[in-house]
Design a protein around this ligand. Structure first.
Ligand code: NAP
Length: 283
């Protein structure tokens, strides 16, 4: 199939608010590829049939978002080892009728970190992760695989933090939510992977008092782009990295697999996304 006939898209329910079409549409234009990237709304009750029918409709793959990341995993023929470990698929490649599922969130996080704060190294010291949902699992796994020796994970619901450590093992150490502030004294990388601080969600209650000034602070939340956590960290002099870069970078492997070019994240694309976020925030 030539690139001009290729269809890809984002599967979700609902899928109206996804920003993926903006990113992939930009890259299709930038690289002059005549393929398409579409919104693919699939209701949960129809998931397996409509998902498998994508091949008949000429789709070479898709991204998968809420609430289908686990269902997509069950409906794929093959999974990459990371998706299997995380228990969630966000990118599907369809080739010769075979559905191959992967998870690119960890890649997106690490690329954003690598390019945004090149001084950070796995050897820099312990990481502290807030949250134990899908995003936290991806970040914990990639930090573990990159060689971070201590990854402290704090979540409101302690049992979910324990489950992440059980599933991913390695350097992940679950802790009590009440111990979060006390854990920051030796932290070299602090990552908020919870939805706290997001527009419409409760704030993240945290004291950065004991956090070393050399610690890198990252927030996966990107609405608002400058979260209260990033603002507080920046104000006291910590290097910060926002969540938009992860969103942009996690999209790249899918585009490369479907359309044959590993796309770049450039300022024009970031500005497109920023404009869309600001519009959604009513600014
Ligand atoms: P998720 O699976 O629903 O997990 C949500 C997490 O937030 C859980 O750990 C949950 O704790 C915690 N949380 C929610 N409300 C809380 C509250 N009131 N107090 C304390 N903790 C609370 O969601 P996810 O997919 O991991 O996503 C988490 C965030 O990351 C979202 O804001 C999402 O937009 C963002 N994200 C960004 C990117 C990116 O590319 N930048 C990628 C993925 C996700 P409990 O377990 O106790 O409920």
């Amino acid at each position: 199939m030539s690139a001009s006939e290729r269809r890809a898209g984002i599967i979700g329910w609902p899928v109206t608010h996804s920003r993926s079409p903006i990113m992939h549409g930009y890259w299709l234009r930038k690289y002059a590829i005549a393929g398409s990237y579409e919104r693919i709304p699939i209701a949960p009750e129809n998931f397996s049939i409509e998902f498998r029918a994508l091949h008949d409709h000429g789709f070479v793959g898709a991204n998968v978002t809420i609430p289908h990341k686990q269902a997509a995993m069950a409906c794929c023929d093959e999974l990459d080892p990371l998706a299997k470990r995380l228990g969630a698929v966000n990118t599907v490649v369809i080739k010769d009728g075979c559905f191959y599922g992967s998870n690119t969130d960890g890649f997106g996080f690490m690329e954003n970190l690598r390019l945004g704060v090149p001084d950070w190294k796995p050897q820099s010291g312990p990481a502290v992760i807030i949250g134990a949902g899908g995003a936290a699992r991806a970040v914990a796994a990639v930090l573990n695989d990159t060689g971070v020796k201590e990854i402290h994970l704090f979540n409101r619901t302690r049992a979910r933090a324990d489950q992440v450590a059980t599933d991913l093992g390695g350097a992940i150490i679950p802790g009590d939510w009440a111990r979060l502030n006390a854990s920051l004294g030796s932290c070299a990388l602090l990552v908020n992977c919870s939805s706290l601080g997001m527009t419409g969600q409760p704030p993240l209650e945290i004291s950065l008092q004991s956090l070393p000034l050399s610690a890198f602070v990252s927030d996966l939340v990107y609405t608002p782009l400058c979260t209260p956590l990033l603002a507080a960290a920046h104000a006291r002099g910590n290097p910060t990295i926002d969540g938009l870069g992860m969103l942009l970078h996690q999209a790249r492997p899918g585009f490369a697999a479907w359309f044959g070019i590993m796309p770049e994240v450039d300022d024009a694309l970031r500005n497109l996304l920023l404009a869309d976020i600001e519009k959604a925030e009513g600014r």
